[in-house]
Ligand binder design. Structure first.
Ligand code: HEC
Ligand code: HEC
Length: 305
């Protein structure tokens, strides 16, 4: 009896063996593994990476070719979106409201819609492209996403009915709440990081707990309004100057800025307008006014000690 069982078992192994080997190959891949790896996975192909790499930046980077107007998008929106979001973006039942709400942002229960709350139009394009319609995400063509995004912007009175939304014009659409997002500028978050000898003088470490007050309520300062150049900086300059991309002097890095400061603010602004080294003219934002660029330079210089 047990011998018959062994024979059946061996036959089964023979039958599933090749299938199993193929499955493993599919999971593990044929690619040669770098030393020190465990032999799992495979290098992602360009095509696979492209499937994930779909984020759109506020300046429009990442947008595919294509275009659409609110007029093109109206019927598409009606057919694919209105059942949940309402014909005017007013929201059906508990589905999110997509329009209005401007006057509520400072209230206790703000209506934070994509139109009144989101800082960049690129997020709207990205979100609709990535996640909507809810029941069949990523089923829209790029032209449809442009048209429907344009229509949602139109429902929020942000563009005209014949406005053509495309990779160039999207970055020119200003959302009303863009300046509502800024880096926390309360004094305590600007404190320098301490990496050694951080214990304030006069504090003894004992076996008893010592209460150290780092926050002095007497020093509470009223919130400053955000610098007018800050939002421009976030939108157009941070991408290089936050981390020093391409040799860009890092914001707040006094040593990196010292030789440049000697040129004077006017010359620095002119470098931004004309471009310098790896920095393209107008930081690559042709639509930006001299005043905006000047405000962003001013903001950067203000971040130095
Ligand atoms: C079946 C219902 C349904 C349909 C149809 C639908 N949505 Fe949505 N939508 C949702 C739900 C649910 C959410 C919230 C998802 C979440 O928060 O994870 C949402 C969120 C959104 C948001 C973000 C709202 C916010 O403030 O966070 C936008 C913008 C949006 N949808 C646009 C669209 C567009 C444009 C279409 C048509 C192409 C569409 N939706 C079709 C259900 C739907
Ligand atoms: C694509 C990356 C990139 C972007 C975007 C960018 N910069 Fe730069 N920036 C650089 C690089 C690189 C340098 C150093 C250029 C050199 O000296 O060769 C630089 C230098 C500068 C300087 C010093 C110029 C000089 O004459 O020494 C200023 C001021 C400046 N940037 C301001 C800005 C402002 C304001 C913005 C946004 C409006 C901005 N940058 C956006 C890359 C960038």
């Amino acid at each position: 009896m047990s011998r018959l069982r062994d024979v059946i078992f061996a036959a089964c192994l023979l039958a599933v063996g090749p299938v199993f080997a193929d499955d493993v190959k599919e999971i593990v891949g044929d690619a040669k593994q770098p030393a020190g790896h465990y032999g799992f996975g495979k290098t992602a192909t360009d095509e696979e990476i492209a499937g994930w790499d779909i984020d759109i930046r506020p300046d429009g980077m990442g947008l595919p070719p294509g275009s659409g107007t609110p007029e093109d998008g109206e019927m598409m929106y009606e057919e694919q979106c209105a059942t949940c979001h309402g014909s005017f973006g007013e929201g059906v039942g508990r589905y999110p409201v997509l329009s209005g709400g401007e006057d509520t942002l400072t209230e206790d229960r703000p209506e934070k819609t994509a139109g009144c709350f989101w800082p960049y139009a690129s997020t709207l394009w990205d979100y609709i492209h990535r996640a909507m319609p809810f029941q069949s995400p990523q089923s829209l063509t790029d032209d449809e996403v442009y048209a429907i995004t344009a229509y949602v912007l139109y429902l929020n009175d942000l563009v005209d009915y014949d406005f053509e939304l495309n990779a160039e014009t999207l970055a020119t659409v200003r959302m009303p709440n863009e300046d509502g997002f800024y880096i926390d500028n309360r004094p305590d978050v600007r404190a320098k990081r301490c990496m050694k000898n951080c214990k304030p003088d006069g504090i003894k470490i004992t076996s008893e707990p010592t209460i150290v007050t780092y926050f002095d309520p007497a020093q509470t300062v009223a919130l400053e309004a955000p610098h007018p150049g800050q939002s421009v900086y976030q939108r157009a300059c941070a991408v290089c100057h936050d981390a020093g991309v391409g040799g860009a002097p890092v914001i707040g890095d006094t040593a990196a800025w010292a030789p440049r400061l000697e040129l004077g603010p006017a010359a620095l602004l002119s470098s931004v307008i004309q471009g310098k080294g790896a920095m393209p003219p107008r930081a690559g934002q042709m639509q930006m006014s001299d005043d905006d660029l000047s405000a962003s330079v001013d903001y950067m210089l203000g971040r130095l000690d």
